[in-house]
Design a protein around this ligand. Structure first.
Ligand code: SF4
Length: 219
């Protein structure tokens, strides 16, 4: 990965690409210190290819918070590969079927997730309304792979939490049109709305020894 970036930097990198590459190298070091395997993928296509490389043939695969994964093409690539058991809750025909897929996540071979934010020293911050995503990140699937854009990286854990609640949450609130205060004006009001998408706030400090958590960084 580093060799690819070096070639890229010498031949054609823009100032933004140079900065992203340096930030990624710092993040990889900090994530490895926290027992993650981490990779920098300069493009979304690179990230999709790497995700598929990391998933053994025949694996059962599902995910939480699918918007980023769909936009990047991860979910389509998994389905089109025809070598995985893909459990896609968005294709469920009934609510019962969707609920079943939520629960199957806990026995999946691989669980994919984006992140709402990450600190420069490698702490992942995720908020969740129902808790299914942070639960699956925490325990159940044999392997968890995060796909994280460098735009999610914040200087500190505190600023990562602020990003999750005042940037990620209003966007998700608008996506699902749930009428929370953050949907109305774009800022977190620390609400107690029944529709809150921050009922669970999850900090992942280290990759636990019980499973391998991989992180991919994309610019
Ligand atoms: S606590 Fe409420 S207002 Fe704040 S981000 Fe979450 S849902 Fe939005």
């Amino acid at each position: 990965m580093r060799a690819v970036f070096n070639d890229f930097a010498v031949n054609m990198a823009t100032p933004k690409e140079i900065r992203n590459g340096k930030l990624a190298q710092k993040l990889i070091k900090n994530l490895e210190r926290r027992h993650f395997e981490a990779y920098f993928c300069p493009t979304a296509a690179d990230a999709v290819a790497r995700v598929l490389e990391l998933i053994p043939d025949g694996s059962s695969v599902t995910w939480g918070g699918s918007a980023t994964l769909r936009e990047m093409g991860v979910t389509t690539a998994l389905a089109n590969a025809h070598r995985y058991q893909v459990w896609d809750r968005d294709l469920a025909q009934t609510d019962a079927e969707k609920q079943e897929i939520y629960r199957k996540a806990f026995v999946a071979d691989v669980y994919l997730s984006s992140a709402n934010a990450m600190s420069e020293d490698g702490v992942l911050v995720n908020i969740d309304g129902n808790g299914n995503r942070v639960a699956a990140i925490t325990f159940g699937p044999k392997r968890v792979i995060f796909i994280v854009g460098l735009n999610k990286v914040c200087p500190t854990v505190e600023s990562a939490l602020a990003r999750a609640r005042s940037t990620a949450a209003p966007i998700n609130a608008a996506r699902f049109d749930i009428g929370t205060p953050c949907q109305v004006d774009g800022s977190c009001h620390n609400c107690n709305s029944a529709q809150s998408i921050c009922n669970f706030v999850h900090f992942l400090r280290n990759s636990p020894a019980i499973k391998t958590i991989k992180k991919k960084l994309t610019s």
